[in-house]
Design a protein around this ligand. Sequence first.
Ligand SMILES: Cc1cc2nc3c(=O)[nH]c(=O)nc-3n(C[C@H](O)[C@H](O)[C@H](O)COP(=O)(O)OP(=O)(O)OC[C@H]3O[C@@H](n4cnc5c(N)ncnc54)[C@H](O)[C@@H]3O)c2cc1C
Length: 421
Amino acid sequence: MSLTDTAIIGAGPYGFSLSAHLRAASVPHQILGQPMDAWINYMPPGMLLRSEAFASNLHAPQRGFTLEDYYREKGMRYQPMGMELPLETFVDYALWFQSKLVGDIQAVDVAKVRYIGGHFQLALSDGRSLNARKVVIALGLKDFAQTPAVLQGLPERYASHSALYGDLAWARGKDIVIVGGGQSALGLAALLHEQGSSVHLIMREADVIWHPRPQTSRGILSRLARPDAGLGRGWRSVLLSDYPQLFHMLDHRRRKQIMEKSFGASGAWWLRDRVVGKVKISFETEVCSAAVENDRVVLRVIREGRESSVAADHVIAATGFTTDIRQHKFLSKEILDTISADGGLPELTSNFETKVRGLYVIGPASAHSFGPVMRFVYGARHAAPCVARHIAGSLQAGATADAWSSAEGRILERTSDSSIL
Ligand SMILES: Cc1cc2nc3c(=O)[nH]c(=O)nc-3n(C[C@H](O)[C@H](O)[C@H](O)COP(=O)(O)OP(=O)(O)OC[C@H]3O[C@@H](n4cnc5c(N)ncnc54)[C@H](O)[C@@H]3O)c2cc1C
């Protein structure tokens, strides 16, 4: 069976950034997954990134690979803040970064991971397999999509989660209800309205919290009082954006409080004019039941104690994500039993390592340990160098390094060994 030192599962911004760091440290590794799949296939074309341009960099160990470098190379005008960054441009940037810095990618899914005799056995969706000394899970948000119980039983044709889009052409000319009051709900509402869908937003909140357009030129006193950081403006944002290791030192209760209070439902400044006055919004409204009647989805909603009904062709739950590592079905029961505590939140060391030695989790699934910054691309600047340092250090120190470090990270061609499935 073929070997590699480190298998990175996931080929998004976190996987790419880590691969760039491992490559620079000469750690043999293999990256597995469809490159930028979540961004290419599960976010709507035409979407603008919510993060500011300066906070949307993938992270490389060397200079020359920021979004700004990419814009310069393409002859495009760059602005660190207040610049509209289209999804398509961000994807191109990430693929440019990949082509220059990332090791070989196998565009396959991992179907099973087991931990046997001190190493990991990975079965791939195309029948091949790979052994690795270490595994890093960098799988983003998609598996954690959360749909409210009232919408869960509906057939796919009538209900879906915002995490699934993608192309919105299917909804042209249709009545669409969106449940949710955050960026995903507002962003989808704008795009759907602009393509000719009739949109009704239903949210629990009393109003939309709109972020103000960033002032690009501020005086020194204003910048000192409220500095700009990856996650927003102010000293709290600076701490949460740039000191995830401090967050990691807090006790569990305090971390949970911060996560609950941080960055609730809100909308980016550039969405306001595209939503307000353009789409119908029902505030302080809860969905209490849903059913399909005469080829329409009918929602019973409650507002200020009064019930009414809303009918549509389709309802989209833009209701966010809840981390639960047990949703990564490819992890063996033994691994899940060992790493998942507290409702599916993996406990992580300060090096992002789980309780299974050599198994790491980075990206959004590490946010409960390192703070909300890990839910954004910006967190890769912390996670990638930290994990790469730890892996490179243990490779040098490891007694088993000889056998493993000689492996080139190759994947065997189709194998008849199906025992790991
Ligand atoms: C609608 C929306 C808008 C967002 N906008 C922003 C934004 O503006 N700025 C920002 O910083 N963040 C934004 N985010 C958050 C952002 O998506 C995540 O922070 C980021 O994608 C995490 O990167 P990642 O590398 O961990 O995972 P992802 O980019 O999600 O990549 C996951 C990778 O895992 C692979 N994969 C999945 N299953 C398997 C498997 N079984 N085997 C192998 N590979 C697998 C996929 O193919 C993919 O390559 C947004 C999220 C959403 C949903």
